[in-house]
Design a protein around this ligand. Sequence first.
Ligand SMILES: *[C@@H]1O[C@H](CO)[C@@H](O)[C@H](O)[C@H]1NC(C)=O
Ligand SMILES: *[C@@H]1O[C@H](CO)[C@@H](O)[C@H](O)[C@H]1NC(C)=O
Ligand SMILES: *[C@@H]1O[C@H](CO)[C@@H](O)[C@H](O)[C@H]1NC(C)=O
Ligand SMILES: *[C@@H]1O[C@H](CO)[C@@H](O)[C@H](O)[C@H]1NC(C)=O
Ligand SMILES: *[C@@H]1O[C@H](CO)[C@@H](O)[C@H](O)[C@H]1NC(C)=O
Length: 561
Amino acid sequence: MLFSRVQLSVFVFSLFLLLGAIQIPLHASSQHDWDATANLSPGYEAADNWDISVPPSVNATGNLIFETINSLMQHWPNTRYRNGHTIVPALVRPGNVFYHGRSDSNTPTTPEWLATDPEHSLIFCRDLNTDSGCWMLTVTVVRPLKLLYFDGSSAAKMRDGSMDSQDILAYGAVIPEKYRDEKERINTLCEWAKGLNVDGFVRMEMDFEIMLCDFAKGVEVAAVNLRKSIRARPGRPDQPRPPPESYPPYDDSEHRPHSNDRHNSSTPDSPVGDAFITGSWHNYFPGDTRIQLDLTQLISFYDTQLVPSLVEERFGKERIEHRLLGISPQDVLAVVNRINASIADSYFGSGVDWATLIQLIVKRFSGRLEMVQYILNSTTPADSASENENLAKKVHSHLAAMVQPYMLATVKPSDEDASAEWFTPVYKLCSTIYTDYIATSAIHSHLSTSEQLVLGGVEQTTREICRVVTGMWVDGVMNGLDQDLYKPSTIEDKDGKINALIGSWRERINFLMKWLDWSVWLKCRPECGFEEICYLPTWPFRVRENNDSKRDPQPKCIPRM
Ligand SMILES: *[C@@H]1O[C@H](CO)[C@@H](O)[C@H](O)[C@H]1NC(C)=O
Ligand SMILES: *[C@@H]1O[C@H](CO)[C@@H](O)[C@H](O)[C@H]1NC(C)=O
Ligand SMILES: *[C@@H]1O[C@H](CO)[C@@H](O)[C@H](O)[C@H]1NC(C)=O
Ligand SMILES: *[C@@H]1O[C@H](CO)[C@@H](O)[C@H](O)[C@H]1NC(C)=O
Ligand SMILES: *[C@@H]1O[C@H](CO)[C@@H](O)[C@H](O)[C@H]1NC(C)=O
């Protein structure tokens, strides 16, 4: 007899896992799919049998909610994904200073834009007629300012979705033709804000900016007469220098500056280049913390309960193409109602620190997942059997490190029956350890509607990581890579099995990382040198309307000096 009963069942079981794994990247739909329109907690404990072969629904958005919230007020991820899906009430504390460049020393009497960093305002600091220098207003916050933040590249004048969430508030519908009507947009938004307790809005382009509705409220304004920026001055014999090929050219035709001014510069050391550098200072977590977000009141267009009409619009599309066009009028009304209510609300939520929780999960898994992917990337079919086995052992040790904190002492495959259940406690503990208290204790009843959405995103995301990682680890165990736990007496065609395991592992890790799509993984490889910066193509550089705007931008090193 070739196989004992036990060996046979182990073999069949491994085969099942491999097949299950290979299926995942194809279409993950099954009658057991999680219900994308329901939050996971608190009901999911009861309804759920923790079947490790069941992936999230194709329409589930927990991963998108998790990553968009993890990216708020950070320049890098919002440069990549330009079409915002989140609106968040925000606060700026007294003492913060912002900047407004112009050609005279007057304080605006209509809504205008503030730069968060002075370099951005210098683009507009000019006096076209005289040699008396140019004007920069410093705008100091003297009482808490209440703002609404639109995530994404919400100040990029692009036709394909970066303005959608503003349109919803300004016009009650997405109106793509208005993508350049900046003056009308700020006036309409500020008109909308008038009846509410809102001082302005926060957006992002080459840097973050504030649309301030009323310069007479909550701020103190002073005018500073600056030396005219020589580098910004058009038409000097030594300007503009032709940009080096690798540097993003400034696409002047696409950029309508905020008011009546037009700027004209294309060199790396121009004010535009400088604003791009200061924007990059806010690239990563926690981003620009002068704008303090109230996550307990956010709304997300990835919320499938609040905005069900977009589920179909997004279906089958890459994230880069997601936008709000196609949202139903009922959903617009629901969103505006929620925003109106949240502005009026003085409830401060449950006290859970969501940003830190999300960041913790990213820290815990991002480096290790990337390492596993890196090792698996380094194999080729031509590698020898012993090379492959060493590599499989290496991968397995990283997987084991990831599941170690959830490895209960009682968890062990039984020699008699390697059933599919022995590892369920690992999968379950890994999936629930970070949120169990929030999801099941009395605190759950104190969560705001927004917090319940965030919790669902954390739960779905953590669970999918744990499902894939535990599944990969189990396959390593069943192939004898974890001798303490399980030692098959003989393995038929061991080399073939290790090869198949490596192939299945590679597919699964790639699928998981694509699903998570964390911006921490989007970086220049190899890293840039000191004289370079890692650059992600963005409007108005190299991203022209109607052309590059659907493309997923990829970073590359460009000269910094
Ligand atoms: C929200 O508030 C604005 C400003 O007060 C008001 O014009 C609008 O009708 C409100 N919208 C809803 C849906 O309540
Ligand atoms: C921008 O600079 C170019 C090159 O110096 C010049 O030909 C063009 O007229 C300038 N445009 C404006 C709007 O100043
Ligand atoms: C996902 O959404 C699409 C579009 O609404 C729908 O046709 C499909 O049945 C949904 N799939 C699942 C598994 O919910
Ligand atoms: C592994 O390969 C994939 C596909 O080519 C690539 O996208 C990814 O960046 C690589 N990962 C690592 C860590 O090298
Ligand atoms: C995008 O623009 C480039 C340069 O102007 C042009 O060569 C290319 O054909 C355009 N692509 C599309 C899809 O329009």
